[in-house]
Design a protein around this ligand. Structure first.
Ligand code: PLP
Length: 393
């Protein structure tokens, strides 16, 4: 008989969004008079930039004619898309070669496969609270997880100490769910730690476009030494509204060598075996999104999400609620009032104010007693939610 992967049995049920959705549905059924305002899910609500839509239309038209039709795409990405990604880095003073950039359908897909570069016996440090896939993909691979807890004292930006005995570390900055973002000096400590130990950092830059503070790096490669220790995962999902369109890229620098092997060469081998390239249409869309005009148009949407963040944090300021985020990320992470635990506050807020958020404990044990609001909602709903919240607190 076949033996199945035993490590799936170690996965915790993916409880968080399933449970919040169920509780909200039950509440709505019982209270049809109350309009629920949803500040829970980290999904965008505004449409793609007009230049992206035009690029998609043009690409569709190309596929309609024999002369311009495209079949399979190169597994590692089209040159035009790699050049667009490299130009995006060059704006920040980061030089990357096209062969170091691997076009993909988004971070979610590559998070699932990049672990195949590393042996099972590596210990994996995850800065928590964290996006759940960092833990789950490694649990599936049978790796040991070492949570690195964020808390109020370290501003949800824990730093490595000599006692951190891990070979792989997941960092997300600006962070989902806390919205906290490492400064250059803080991130440099992680880079130095990884180089000193021969560890590898997986740096998730999904929220890069939301950064407003100059001391927060947009890419880990802005820091000296990062190319010899870090893989960066980038997505157009949040910054350019591609959650349902799908496009991203993973950077594996040529300078990243472990046990005498180039991880870039290993990733070329992996991608040429495990993928058949990314849709031509989407790469044209991605190229358009990363032009100056595409970025400018997307920034108009980001300004609306940022305004949502201001509307919500103004209430928390007036009510003296401790919070993080909102400044460099579309998330606000705040302490549940009255010493409530995350799920009690979820129910209380929904029942009293008709607002649905996300319990912080769902992102790791150190998130207990905290709560996440997403700023991706419609501006009118966010303003109404802010009013209801202020009346309640
Ligand atoms: N990383 C983080 C931190 C996220 O919050 C998300 C989505 O919510 C992802 C990755 C997934 O991104 P993508 O849409 O590129 O798969």
């Amino acid at each position: 008989m076949i033996h199945i992967n035993p490590y799936y049995a170690n996965l915790k049920d993916s409880f968080l969004f399933y449970e919040t959705k169920n509780r909200a549905a039950a509440f709505e059924a019982a209270h049809p008079e109350m309009r629920l305002l949803r500040l829970g899910i980290g999904d965008v609500t505004l449409p793609l930039a007009p230049v992206v839509i035009e690029a998609l239309h043009r690409a569709v038209e190309e596929q309609a004619h024999r002369e311009s039709f495209h079949g399979y795409m190169p597994e590692l990405g089209m040159d035009f898309m790699k050049r667009a990604a490299a130009a995006n880095y060059a704006r920040r003073g980061v030089e990357l070669e096209p062969e170091e950039i691997f076009i993909c359908y988004g971070i979610g897909d590559d998070l699932g496969s990049v672990g195949s570069l590393f042996a099972q016996e590596n210990r994996v440090a995850v800065v928590e609270p964290a996006y759940p896939a960092y833990v789950d993909t490694n649990v599936m691979a049978g790796r040991e997880i070492l949570p690195v807890p964020g808390n109020e004292e370290n501003g949800f930006l824990p730093l490595p100490g000599p006692e951190l005995d891990a070979e792989l570390v997941y960092l997300c900055s600006p962070n989902n769910p806390t919205g906290a973002a490492y400064s250059r000096t803080q991130l440099q400590q992680w880079v130095d730690w990884a180089n000193a130990r021969g560890a590898v950092i997986l740096f998730d830059a999904a929220y890069e476009a939301f950064i407003t503070e100059p001391e927060v790096p947009h890419s880990i490669y802005e820091l000296p030494g990062a190319k010899t220790c870090a893989i960066e995962l980038f997505s157009l999902s949040k910054g350019a509204g591609f959650t349902g369109t799908r496009l991203g890229y993973t950077v594996v620098p040529k300078a990243l060598v472990r046990e005498g092997r180039s991880l870039q060469a290993m990733w070329v081998r992996n991608r040429s075996t495990c993928t058949n390239g990314v849709s031509y249409l989407l790469q044209r869309a991605g190229e358009a999104a990363l032009t100056e005009e595409g970025l400018r148009q997307s920034r108009e949407n980001l300004a609306i999400y940022r305004q949502n963040a201001k509307t919500l944090t103004a209430v928390l300021d007036r009510r003296s609620v401790r919070y993080f985020g909102g400044q460099n990320a579309p998330y606000i992470w705040f302490r549940c009032p009255g010493g409530m635990d995350s799920w009690s506050f979820f129910d209380w807020l929904m029942e009293r104010a008709g607002i649905v958020g996300t319990p912080g404990v769902g992102f790791g044990a150190c998130g207990e007693g905290w709560f996440r609001f997403s700023c991706f909602g419609r501006a009118e709903d966010t303003a109404e939610a802010a009013g209801r919240l202020e009346a309640l607190l």
